[in-house]
Ligand binder design. Structure first.
Ligand code: ATP
Ligand code: MG
Length: 444
């Protein structure tokens, strides 16, 4: 991409309406544009990042055997009346009437709709488990939308649903998602910790929130900091291995304020291990048994001839919120340097030629490098404008491609000036740059 042809509307200064750094950066580099309170358009740079996050989330869902579907955003009120949530959900639900005067709604979540899909087709225990997910826009009429896309009204969410025959099998499904969440956030270069949580309007009694630490987060958390040293890499997709992995995490006290109990915290966690801080909820998983299957009549035949209602769980990831969460974790607002993880970076490399009015040689060199990178599946962005060098660097530091190649008139074709965004330059061959970046991309 050439900066001169791109739609990346960069602002000179921080927009005053933005209170937290992710919102500031997203407006500053034109990733989003507000269209109404809590409702945003996604511009090319922001959309590219969100799509990449979506793809990481998708791959990790597929790895545990979940199947992707796509349910509509608009739902009929009938199924919500069956589950009893039409009244309960309250004002967060956007209710709409169609021209026949039928009550419709813009889905805030999909337990009812997916249960309706399930019950129409699955009749026997032999077809279980079923793990279904979709990645779709949701609408919640939040009372106080704020912080840009972090708490907005229309947002992009991955929600998955599991259907099993017994509590034990349902826990197996729950644990698969638990593992897949740890892996997803790791690929996004985030440390997300699972915390025992309340189930709220979704219902049920087993639930974990996945939280990343951030001063600007809205969740207050109380944790044993040793939980940060845990990894789940060697976990097999098998019942016992998954159960052990979850137990390993649950051994350490870690809760949000809804579940906080001072006495318990002080009894279970030594003073030196206590951490009280704030975080951003990026995912939330629930197990709620037959809360929806029973009122909605989603049952299957059991081996002995009897029938039973299926046991269900649901599993959400805030795909659009993650764009902001990654910025909160990776943006250094003092030096105004953003560094996207390579797995979701809008561009892998920024090429910054120092262009003189009467001399095109740096731009020509930049072009050749651009083509060579392209051939090797490395996505780059060139600043081909005639702005001065320091404002070019400033701009690219905000856009946040993790690597930069700087090209002057004197640049020797063999040895290029290369650096990580915000880091020290080194002289290196183009071939070695390609190898280094390709390796990084494969790892992710
Ligand atoms: P919160 O406590 O932040 O309001 P929630 O518990 O209501 O979230 P869930 O129903 O668990 O949300 O939704 C799954 C995920 O969707 C959340 O973990 C979060 O990442 C994301 N999410 C929820 N509400 C919003 C919102 N208003 N704006 C952006 N993302 C959201
Ligand atoms: Mg939640």
């Amino acid at each position: 991409m050439y900066i001169s042809k791109s739609f990346i509307p960069i602002l000179k200064n921080n927009p005053s309406e933005a209170k937290i750094k992710s919102h500031q950066l997203m407006l500053r580099v034109g990733m989003i544009k507000q269209s109404a309170a809590g409702i945003y358009s996604w511009l090319p740079l922001g959309f590219k990042v969100m799509k990449k996050i979506e793809q990481v989330v998708r791959e990790e869902q597929n790895k545990i055997g979940a199947q992707e579907i796509l349910m509509p955003t608009i739902q009929s009120s009938e199924i919500w009346k069956e589950s009893g949530r039409y009244e309960d959900y309250g004002e967060e639900m956007l209710r709409i009437k169609d021209r026949q005067d039928r009550e419709m709604l813009y889905g805030p979540t999909n337990e009812e709709l997916v249960t309706d899909i399930f019950r129409a087709s699955i009749k026997s225990y032999k077809s279980l488990p079923q793990l279904l997910y979709h990645i779709q826009w949701k609408f919640r009429d939040e009372i106080r939308p704020r912080f840009g896309i972090m708490r907005c009204r229309e947002f992009f969410m991955k929600d998955a649903y599991s259907f099993d025959i017994s509590d034990e099998d349902a826990q197996f499904s729950y644990n698969k998602f638990f593992l897949s969440y740890l892996k997803t956030f790791k690929r996004l270069d985030l440390t997300a910790i699972p915390m025992a949580a309340d189930t709220g309007p979704i219902g049920g009694n087993l639930s974990h929130e996945f939280i990343i630490l951030a001063e600007t987060g809205e969740s207050k958390i109380f944790t044993d900091k040793r939980i940060f040293d845990l990894t789940a890499e060697d976990t097999k997709l098998e019942k016992n291995s998954l159960q052990d992995m979850r137990k390993k995490y649950e051994k350490y006290y870690s809760v949000t304020d809804e579940k906080f109990n001072k006495e318990e915290f002080e009894k279970k966690v030594l003073n030196e291990n206590r951490l009280i801080t704030k975080g951003i909820e990026v995912g939330h998983i629930f197990y709620f048994g037959d809360k929806y299957s029973k009122p909605m009549g989603a049952s299957v035949d059991l081996p002995g001839g009897k029938k039973d209602f299926v046991k269900m769980g649901s599993y959400g990831i805030g795909v659009s919120r993650l764009v902001g969460a990654i910025i909160e974790a990776k943006y250094d607002e003092k030096s105004e340097v953003m560094k996207w993880p390579i797995s979701v970076a809008p561009y892998d490399v920024a090429i910054i030629p120092m262009i003189n009015k009467n001399d095109n040689s740096a731009l020509e060199k930049a072009n050749n490098i651009y083509l060579e990178l392209n051939k090797n599946n490395i996505d780059s962005i060139i600043d081909d404008t005639d702005e001065n060098f320091s404002s070019k660097i400033k701009k690219m530091n905000l856009i946040g491609a993790p690597y930069q190649i700087i090209i002057g008139k004197q640049t020797d074709d063999a040895m290029l000036e290369f650096r990580e965004v915000g880091g020290e330059s080194q002289k290196i061959k183009l071939k070695d740059i390609i190898n280094k970046i390709t390796k990084q991309k494969v790892k992710n």
